[in-house]
Design a protein around this ligand. Structure first.
Ligand code: GTP
Ligand code: MG
Length: 186
């Protein structure tokens, strides 16, 4: 199996306080096992070989950069993905709001209703806050059956990074949610 996944971002505007959520940093932290001080706008596509992944499947990771990619390129990546990680920043409320106002509808519009793409909600920068974002995230989890799981992590102190990629693999190989919901079609 080839797992594709697209780390879709929840960047809001270009103002400083709506800072970038850390998609590229997460990928680089996974690969190098240390937090990169400087990251490019978009990480190069990488394939993690089967023997170093928990589920023993080659995993293809695709970053997304609003600055470097067109909407059309984003839609193409979404349609190719087997699982999509939606990243928000736990210290940025607007980035959480954008998960439901922008990213989930955009992904649903671009994917076939009969074949659900599992979503993973990723709250990055957990090193910056003391409170968990779970209180805000749980109602979203309950509202959308496509969300397979959620995880809070930190690219900076490498917390839950390998877990995040493990959850993504698991969502593809052993999905827990219904892949087809007849009620939703009416
Ligand atoms: P775009 O590609 O521009 O949409 O941004 P991005 O989502 O790829 O974010 P990027 O990885 O470029 O990180 C944005 C900023 O957040 C950088 O200054 C990172 O150093 C910082 N950052 C990323 N992850 C973390 C984290 O876990 N904790 C902290 N404190 N800072 C982080
Ligand atoms: Mg980036």
């Amino acid at each position: 199996i080839d797992i594709d996944y697209c780390i879709a971002g929840v960047r809001v505007g270009r103002t400083v306080w709506h800072s970038k959520v850390g998609k590229t940093s997460l990928i680089m932290s996974l690969v190098s096992e240390e937090f990169p001080d400087d990251v490019p706008l978009r990480a190069e596509e990488i394939t993690i070989p089967a023997d170093v992944t928990p589920e023993r499947v080659p995993t293809h990771i695709v970053d997304y950069s609003e600055a470097e990619q067109s909407d059309e390129q984003l839609y193409q990546e979404i349609s190719k993905a087997n699982v999509i990680c939606i990243v928000y920043s736990v210290n940025n409320k607007k980035s959480i709001e954008k998960v439901t106002s922008h990213w989930i509808p955009l992904i649903n519009d671009r994917t076939d209703k009969d074949s659900r793409v599992p979503l993973i909600l990723v709250g990055n920068k957990s090193d910056l806050v003391e409170h968990s974002s779970m209180e805000t995230i749980l109602p979203i989890m309950n509202q959308y059956s496509d969300i397979e799981t959620c995880v809070e992590c930190s690219a900076k102190n490498l917390k839950n990074i390998s877990e995040l990629f493990y959850y993504a693999q698991k969502a593809v190989l052993h999905p827990t949610g219904p892949l087809y919901c007849p009620e939703e079609k009416e």
